[in-house]
Design a protein around this ligand. Structure first.
Ligand code: NAD
Length: 484
């Protein structure tokens, strides 16, 4: 079984109230193969009324779902985890087809994304409140945790499975129902996940999936309904700001996982080879199309030449190609717009004084490919150091002192992930405290872990996914004063 076979024809539709249905009027849209721009298949294109239908299903299922035992919810998650794990290759093929990443990377995402189902299957039974003696005596203070209620999840195309499971796992564990609106570029993986959850015994209406090309209208209509109690969004900062404003009307709770501009700091006491290994991971994971991608390489002047040369050798040796082909290291970007955006950033960096060590020129079609690129002598204030690149480009800027490095690293509106390579333990602690980022990777190019709280500060948003914190996003607290 490969690729599209995982997703039955009947499942290329909306999943609402446990049933696979057409969109209003039978509307569909094309899902494209980013490796050549061809049409992979059509998927039902949800309308505003389809979104409202999904909300009705989520609302109708909420009370019964909230009343289930945590153990039962945990076991459904665990069954879904086992099913996804047993189909890792099929999920990876499907994801590779619609998103472009290599099958190997897609399998890595299946493993990572699926871990959220396992982690939250274990967290479901650990939801608890507190029991306190009132400080002045005379009463006891008790807190109770309750599910927030129906949720809307809007997810991006870059990690079609994991960006969903980071929300779905804790919401199911907490006893919330939900509507997922996957990105229109990559709806297939999420539909296959919904089918898997149905097989795992998730009751009808708990998880509803509405693919649509009318994201703004559909989500606005769902959010206009006060019965929706929570919005969790992963995507660009611009859309995130808009959703926060919309959520204000009904005072829905919000979690925002937004853009990043991760600095990757290499100090003169670092192991440069280890830093290059970490840079390959932090830069080339997902072709650089990751919110956690190292966006700016800030390297101590004394090791900058060595680091640039070694990184360029490694990046230049990668093979571009179709994600499903053996031997491909780097797949295509998601679409033509992405290639244009990366091309523009690189061209303007060169105009601003940067030099290309490797790459630097899009190949031209078919497919949306951009080669791994290393730039040196990038001015600190260059546009490419300020904007999220979302492509396989490593701009290198140098620094002389730790103070300068921290100031450069923090000189961004974003605050998601950051990376530090140093062998000085005291410097590590100083930097972890000084860097204005939600996550700091120390001597590693990979920060994501389902057992840890993933999330940002500043324009990268708020709320945490994963860890003990992840489930709190889906729980309300009721406080009870007990007089004695
Ligand atoms: P995007 O904001 O364009 O789209 C994300 C989702 O929002 C898609 O499902 C899209 O259909 C939907 N959407 C678009 N306009 C909308 C609107 N007006 N109302 C409601 N929904 C709307 O982002 P993208 O290009 O798909 O994803 C890339 C961005 O996501 C990058 O900025 C990246 O950093 C960010 N991201 C963040 C994280 C994180 O955890 N912080 C993870 C992955 C990606």
């Amino acid at each position: 079984m490969t690729g599209l076979d995982l997703l039955a024809d009947d499942h290329r539709r909306l999943f609402v109230g446990g049933a696979w249905t057409d969109a209003e009027g039978g509307a569909t849209f094309d899902v494209l193969d980013p490796a050549d721009g061809s049409v992979l298949c059509q998927v039902a294109d949800g309308s505003v009324s389809d979104g409202q239908r999904a909300l009705e299903a989520a609302v109708a299922a909420q009370d019964d779902w909230a009343a289930t035992n945590p153990r039962d919810r945990g076991e459904i998650l665990r069954r879904a985890f086992e099913l996804v794990a047993s189909r890792t290759d099929d999920f990876a093929q499907l994801m590779s087809l619609e998103m472009g990443k290599t099958v190997k990377e897609a399998a890595g995402e299946v493993g990572y994304g699926n871990e959220f189902l396992r982690w939250f299957s274990e967290e479901a039974v650990r939801i608890h409140g507190r029991w306190m003696n009132a400080p002045a005596g005379g009463s006891r203070l008790l807190t109770i945790k309750k599910p927030v209620g129906p949720c809307l999840f809007v997810t991006p195309w870059n990690f079609p499975l994991a960006m969903g499971t980071r929300k779905i796992g804790p919401a199911i564990a907490a006893g919330c129902t939900m509507i997922v609106k996957p990105a229109a570029q990559t709806p297939l993986t999420m539909l296959a996940l919904a089918a898997t959850f149905a097989e795992a015994g998730l009751p009808d209406g708990v998880l509803n999936v509405v693919p649509t090309t009318h994201a703004g209208e559909v989500s606005a209509a769902i959010m206009a309904d006060p019965r929706l109690r929570k919005v969790s969004f992963t995507g660009s900062t611009g859309v995130g700001k808009q959703l926060v404003k919309q959520a204000a009307d009904q005072l829905q709770r919000v979690s925002m996982e937004l853009g990043g501009n991760a600095p990757f700091l290499v100090f003169d006491d670092a192991d440069v080879d280890a830093a290059v290994d970490g840079a390959m991971l932090a830069k080339m994971r997902n072709m650089g199309e990751a919110c956690t991608a190292a966006n700016r390489f800030l390297v101590h002047a004394s090791v900058a030449d060595e680091f640039a040369k070694k990184l360029a050798d490694r990046m230049g040796a990668l093979t571009l190609g179709r994600g499903q082909d053996d031997g491909t290291d780097v797949g295509p970007l998601i679409d033509e717009k992405a290639v244009e955006s990366v091309t523009g950033l690189v061209d303007r960096a060169v105009e601003a004084g940067a030099s290309v060590v490797v790459g630097g020129q899009a190949h031209g079609g078919p497919g949306f490919f951009y080669p791994p690129t290393v730039l040196v002598d990038v001015p600190q204030d260059a546009e490419i150091n300020r904007e999220e690149i979302f492509g396989p480009v490593a701009p290198i800027t140098t620094f002389e002192t730790e103070e300068e490095a921290v100031a450069q690293a923090n000189d961004t509106e974003y605050g998601l992930s950051s990376y530090v390579y140093t062998n000085d333990v005291r410097r590590t602690i100083r930097l972890a405290e000084a860097l204005d980022f939600g996550m700091v990777g120390v001597n590693t190019g990979l920060v994501s872990n389902p057992a840890a709280p993933f999330g940002g500060v500043k324009a990268s948003g708020f709320g945490r996914e994963g860890g003990f914190e992840g489930i709190e996003e889906y729980l309300d607290t009721t406080y009870v004063a007990l007089a004695l």
